[in-house]
Write a protein that binds this ligand. Sequence first.
Ligand code: ATP
Length: 216
Amino acid sequence: MELTGANSSRVGRIRSRIGVLGGTFDPVHNGHLAIATAAFNVLELTTVLFVPAARPWMKDSGSGEVVTSVEHRVEMVRLATEGREGFGLSTVDVDRGGASYSVNTLTDLREQYGHASELLLILGADALEELPRWREPERLLSMCTLVCVGRPGSGLPEHLPQGHPGRGAQFVSGPMLQVSATDIRARVAAGSSIDGLVSPLVAGYIERKRLYKKDV
Ligand code: ATP
């Protein structure tokens, strides 16, 4: 449909709505898939791109956290998303290399998709709280619409906290799954089951590659 008049420059140019879900994905789990699904359905997105961080800056040296190699994390995201309608994998952060900052992710995606696409940055409620401490939050937010999905422990805010740089955020309640990558890694290390927490293909990969075992 061709739009004319006052709305044509603002709305008429938008041809797709792309959700951007960045993360360490160590490993990608059902909480990630659930928030991507909720955002996809509620906000009628064209696609949700899962964007694994090359080197998550908040888990860089000094934090003491060891992150699984990017090849494994990308492969697990590929296995979890492949063949699922509306989900895709973007390797922009991996291709750029170095520490991954969302402001660079959005800059690269904007260049890739052009201004006919609206970019919607999907965050769990815990990440929303952290965002003001990320690199160049104002510039980051000028390139996207913020989408916050509820997470157990952080709940679902009804509006942005006082002083938060975000404007016009969307809030999606989501299924509130009590699952984290930290817990999954601990379960595998302890020999406990991760059934129902990750997709069967990801579980098989973790098993085959002996990820998160204490002896590797
Ligand atoms: P870790 O436990 O290693 O810190 P994580 O489970 O938080 O990892 P990340 O890859 O760091 O996973 O998260 C990427 C994004 O997904 C973040 O925006 C985070 O808030 C969101 N997210 C992860 N798990 C959930 C969940 N269960 N519910 C809602 N949001 C989630």
